[in-house]
Design a protein around this ligand. Structure first.
Ligand SMILES: [Zn+2]
Length: 318
């Protein structure tokens, strides 16, 4: 989409990404002022300040929603939107453009780049400000020449074997279909199932798999095994807070693991495929077979009745 005098809005581009690329024309000060005044400068397109700011640039409400609107409500919080695909950024530059941040990278259920079929990588959130696409790109380039970068080791995620990424991608694509279609097909079931129902069940599962446990003995969420050295339970005051925290974490390996467990429950692939990759996932609970019952019994084990009620209510709300 071309707006007079400003850079073309790219496919799947975040609003802040485009505003930062437009800063030399709009004025850096006003972009900063705009961003600092909002809780979510990317997706809060109904906010009067956003609508007013964009219409001043010649971007009407309908165009803004069409170009910058989120395709899901499953958004990571602004400060946790740090995962990106380096190959995508490199391609932007190779065709003579500036790298831009994709909306898809901000979605909870999308830890894999669909185009390059690889797990996203996470930038050190302390190093990324408004101009995050350039910052991460430059850091990657520096890293290649052994110059110091701001991406410290704890933020480097373990790399996933191809087979694992492919299984997660299959589930990610299924959930993307469930977001945009009224009905989706499940393997082995003749009738189509409501996309909304699939999403409600999936949300419940994700909240459970990514839930930071409040009792140490039960681990830190079945899908969080690769999340070492990063205490998830410190500072959490309530179960509700913990439930929100689980699904707002940008850690791509945990999200990928959780997707594979969701795929097992919906039987999107044979249990044998799960067994092939199970060891790479390092699950904290003893989930062995990839059968829904097994996952339900071990993967959704909650620490108290109160926790159970909170999770069930949360699943219904979303
Ligand atoms: Zn990519």
């Amino acid at each position: 989409m071309k707006i007079s005098g400003l850079p073309t809005i790219r496919y799947d581009e975040c609003l802040m990404s485009w505003l930062v690329r437009s800063a030399s024309s709009i004025g850096e000060e006003s972009v900063l002022e705009y961003a600092n005044s909002l809780e979510d400068p990317d997706f809060d397109l109904t906010n009067k300040n956003v609508v007013g700011f964009l219409s001043g640039l010649g971007v009407g409400e309908e165009i803004a929603r069409g170009c910058f609107g989120a395709r899901t409500t499953w958004l990571l919080p602004w400060e946790n939107r740090a995962a990106y695909c380096l190959l995508c950024l490199q391609e932007d530059i190779s065709v003579g453009g500036s790298p831009y941040w994709r909306k898809t990278w901000c979605y909870l259920h999308c830890p894999v780049c669909v185009k390059h079929r690889q797990l996203l990588v996470v930038a050190d959130p302390l190093s990324i400000g408004l101009q995050k696409s350039w910052v991460v790109f430059i850091e990657e380039c520096n890293g290649r020449y052994n110059r110091s970068t701001k991406c410290r080791v704890p933020w480097k995620q373990p790399s996933a074997p191809d087979g694992v990424t492919m299984l997660a991608l299959r589930v990610q694509e299924f959930l993307t279909r469930a977001h945009i279609s009224n009905f989706v097909r499940l393997p082995g079931i003749d009738v189509a199932v409501s996309g909304e129902a699939v999403l409600a069940v999936t949300r419940l599962l994700l909240e459970s798999f990514l839930f930071p446990r409040l009792r140490r003995s039960l681990g830190n969420g079945v899908a969080r095994a690769m999340q070492t050295g990063f205490p998830r339970t410190s500072g959490i005051a309530s179960i509700e807070q913990a439930r929100q925290l689980g699904c707002s974490d940008g850690h791509v390996y945990s999200r990928m693991t959780a997707l594979i467990l969701v795929g097992c429950v919906f039987k999107l692939f044979p249990a044998a495929r799960f067994n092939d990759v199970r060891n790479s996932l390092g699950l904290t609970a003893d989930v062995c077979s990839g059968e829904a019952y097994d996952i339900g019994r071990n993967g959704m084990r909650l620490s108290s009745v109160t926790e159970h009620i909170m999770i069930m209510e949360g699943g219904r709300k979303n």
